[in-house]
Write a protein of this length. Sequence first.
Length: 357
Amino acid sequence: MIAPSEKPNQKQHSFSLTEILQCIVLASFILYYGRVLLIPLSFSLLISFIFYPICKWMENKGIHAIIAIGIVLSSVFLFTFLLIYLLFLQMDAFSKEWDQFKLKILETFDQLSLYLTDYLGISIEQQLSFLKNIFSNPSNQLFSFLQSIVTSLSEAFFYILIIPILSGLILYHRRLLVQALFHLFPSHKKTTLNEILIATIHSYYNFAKGMALVYLSVGILNSLGLFLLGIPHPIMFGFIASILTFIPYVGILISSLVPIALSWLTYNSIWYPIGVILLFTFVQLLEAYVIFPFAVGSRLKINTLVIIVMITLGGILWGAAGMILFIPFVSILKLIADRTKSLKTLSILLSDGSEQQ
């Protein structure tokens, strides 16, 4: 018997350009204004998909579901604790160098002040007036930058607290969630839906492997750059900076403070700190737009152009978290498109071309 959706004479619904644009606008509106809930929920789904096979394996060995989930959550907690520990280690190391670093800053400001006075004719009073205007105006870019740092730090700690809880609840109630998902679709679509779920878990494993390769590559590049600059302990600082990039904005900022301070104190030249800043900036851009698309896209079989577009779109809507999470979203969309005849064009657009070879 032919299913109703497979009748030869039945016409497939084609979406007009207006309908497509309306869907894009509606989805963007929901993603942007719902990001406070959707970002931790998306990270929790990502973690749940990655750890689901481990939980299932432990349950098949006779371990109770709650204990298995507890072991998984403990590993997530250890990872987040490692991030926090590394963050505080960097802050503690920087605080030990702060007195000398402060003297170097004051010395540099004195030299700059003398240069401005001798060569540009800007008096000390004019310089002090300029600095007073900067720090007295709460709407300037410095205060906006500090506010964004505080916001990012508070969001990071909120995510660290809520994501393990949501991940555990998703893993515990996964059967109910799958049953509810099956009830949303006709019975003849359940086989396809089950295939998509299995392929999604496999795809998320590939995503996790790709991310591990990204952090390894960034750590090697950071370490090599610091070594060439002559910074002490380049491997340690390079890989700490790589790991802490998991915390948006704050991680890379704090992880760069100690190498900047050490380079300035060691070589007594402003060019070495500038070199460290340029190194980390270059590696971050390289990671976002070259390493990440190739390392992750090749494993998910998504072309690099789509990866870069989604990274940019994710950064616009969700910031640094969106630059990571929008890639798994595209992989799920591709899995659905691969199994839906009416979305064949989208499947070809997202693919890397390996399926057609």
